[in-house]
Design a binder for this molecule. Structure first.
Ligand SMILES: Nc1ncnc2c1ncn2[C@@H]1O[C@H](COP(=O)(O)OP(=O)(O)OP(=O)(O)O)[C@@H](O)[C@H]1O
Ligand SMILES: [Mg+2]
Length: 311
C-alpha cells in the first residue's frame, strides 16, 4: 500500500447558499423590499470544512452528491477554485442540488433550506478504496443524511482499518431525536466536534462540563464549540479551553465547520490539544468576518498572525 495522497477525505453535504443581507431582511408578503446584497456561495458543512482544510494547505477531497443542474455545476466550479479535489463528488440526474436561503443580519440569521441531494447521499456511493488515499476522514451534518448515517459504522471501521483517523460533527438534528444510531458511530470516531447545544441534547445533560465528561467516555478527543465564548476540549485526562477572537462579525455561517478544519489541521500536525484548539478558534472566529462560510476563511499565515490573541 502506497503513501496516502490526501490529507483529508470529507464525507457529507454540499449545497448552494444564497445569502440575503439587509438590516431587516424579514420578507413582507404583498410588498417588495430592496436589500443591501445577495450572494451566491458555497454551502453545506462538509463543503465549508473542505474549503477551510484546503486553505490551510491540507490535501483535501470531498465525497458528496450534487444534482445535474446549474447549482451543481456552480458548486463543482467553486469548490475546485478553492483547491478542493472534486473527483469523488457524484451527480444525481433525477434530483436537484440542495439550496439554503439565509436571511442574514449582523446579529442573527433565518434559514430556508431545500434539502434536495443532501439527504440522498447513500453509503454505497462511498468507495472504501478511497480511504486508503487519505490520512484522515471527516464526516459533517450526520443528522441531515440518514442514508449515509446508516452506513457509517461499517464505512468508518473500514477507514480506520485502512489507517485513517476519523472526526465527526453531527450538526443540528432537525428531527430533534438526537440519536439515529449515533453511539455505534461514535465507537469509530477519534475526534467528536459538537457545539454546546448539540452536546447537551445528545447526552441529555444540561451542564456542558458533564456533557464533555460523558462524551469523553465514548470518544478519545471531544471538542465542544461555545460560539462567541470559544471552545472546550478533552483528550484523556487533559482538558483545555480557548476563548474566541474578538472580530467584527459579519456572518457566523459555517464558523463551526471552519473551526473543525482548524482542529483537524492541528491534530494531523501532531500538535498538543491546546494548540489544536487555538488554531480551531482562530479559524472559526476569522471566518465570521465575511458573508457566507468560505469568503473570510483564514490562511495558515493569518492563523499564525492572530494565535494567542484570544481573551
Ligand atoms: N460571535 C463570534 N465571535 C467570534 N468568534 C465566533 C463567534 N461565533 C463563533 N465564533 C467562532 O467559531 C467557533 C465555532 O462556532 P459555533 O460554536 O457557533 O459552532 P457551530 O454551532 O458548530 O457553528 P455552525 O453554525 O457553523 O454549525 C467558535 O468556537 C468561535 O471560535
Ligand atoms: Mg455546527
Amino acid at each position: 500500500m502506497g503513501e496516502p495522497t490526501l490529507d483529508v477525505l470529507v464525507l457529507g453535504d454540499s449545497n448552494v447558499d444564497l445569502i440575503v443581507r439587509a438590516q431587516d431582511p424579514t420578507p413582507a408578503f404583498g410588498q417588495e423590499k430592496l436589500v443591501e446584497d445577495l450572494i451566491l456561495t458555497i454551502g453545506g458543512s462538509a463543503s465549508i470544512f473542505a474549503c477551510q482544510a484546503a486553505k490551510l494547505g491540507l490535501r483535501t477531497a470531498l465525497a458528496s452528491l450534487l444534482g445535474a443542474d446549474e447549482f451543481g455545476d456552480y458548486m463543482l466550479r467553486a469548490l475546485a477554485a478553492l483547491g478542493v479535489d472534486t473527483r469523488h463528488i457524484a451527480r444525481a440526474g433525477q434530483l436537484k442540488t440542495g439550496a439554503t436561503i439565509s436571511l442574514s443580519t449582523a446579529h442573527d440569521r433565518a434559514l430556508l433550506t431545500f434539502p434536495g441531494t443532501i439527504a440522498a447521499l447513500e453509503g454505497s456511493r462511498i468507495d472504501p478504496a478511497w480511504f486508503r488515499e487519505a490520512r484522515h476522514v471527516h464526516v459533517a451534518s450526520y443528522f441531515l443524511q440518514p442514508r449515509l448515517a446508516a452506513a457509517l459504522p461499517t464505512l468508518l471501521a473500514e477507514a480506520r482499518r485502512a489507517g485513517a483517523s476519523v472526526s465527526l460533527d453531527t450538526g443540528w438534528d432537525p428531527a430533534e431525536r438526537w440519536d439515529g444510531g449515533l453511539p455505534a458511530v461514535l465507537k469509530q470516531v477519534d475526534i467528536f466536534l459538537p457545539n454546546e447545544v448539540e452536546a447537551q441534547r445528545i447526552t441529555g445533560l444540561p451542564d456542558v462540563g458533564a456533557a464533555l465528561e460523558r462524551l469523553a467516555e465514548q470518544v478519545p478527543t471531544v471538542v465542544i464549540k461555545l460560539g462567541a465564548a470559544g471552545a472546550l476540549a478533552r483528550r484523556g485526562g487533559e482538558v483545555s479551553r480557548a476563548a474566541s477572537l474578538s472580530v467584527e462579525v459579519v456572518d457566523t455561517t459555517g464558523a463551526g465547520d471552519s473551526f473543525d478544519a482548524g482542529f483537524v489541521y492541528g491534530f494531523l500536525q501532531g500538535l498538543p490539544l491546546a494548540e489544536c484548539l487555538e488554531i480551531a478558534v482562530a479559524c472559526g472566529s476569522l471566518s465570521t468576518r465575511g458573508a457566507g462560510g468560505t469568503a473570510a476563511q483564514p490562511t495558515l499565515a493569518e492563523v499564525r498572525a492572530v494565535r494567542g490573541r484570544g481573551e
